[in-house]
Design a protein. Structure first.
Length: 116
């Protein structure tokens, strides 16, 4: 059974850092595109970052470039999102996903709140 489980969310002050993790099971992490979306209250879900299976390149939304870093540990089957210099606009529920054989699978989400 394919699963994605996020962890690492929380509350932080502006300028702070958090690292989200997404532990996967049921598929081989290195063979599929994985990434993160986020959704703030009253807003549409926004793509944040991904690692492409085609070229192993990483992609970022303009709003997070230079502040967020996506990575994956194949041995641990885990995807990470390191978030630095957090801003109040980064407040949202963060979801990891995996595109496996034409189907997008989602984790349950983890809340990130940036507030002074």
């Amino acid at each position: 059974q394919l699963q994605l489980v996020e962890a690492g969310g929380g509350s932080v002050q502006p300028g702070g850092s958090l690292r989200l993790s997404c532990t996967t099971s049921g598929f081989i992490l290195s063979r599929y595109t994985v990434g993160w979306f986020r959704q703030a209250p009253g807003k549409e879900r926004e793509g944040v970052s991904c690692i492409s299976v085609r070229d192993d390149n990483t992609y970022y939304a303009d709003s997070v470039k230079g502040r967020f870093t996506i990575s994956r540990d194949k041995a641990k089957s885990t995807v990470y999102l390191q978030m630095n210099n957090l801003k109040p606009d980064d407040t949202a529920a963060y979801y990891c996903y995996a595109n496996v054989l034409g189907v997008r699978y989602w984790g349950q989400g983890t809340q990130v709140t940036v507030s002074s």
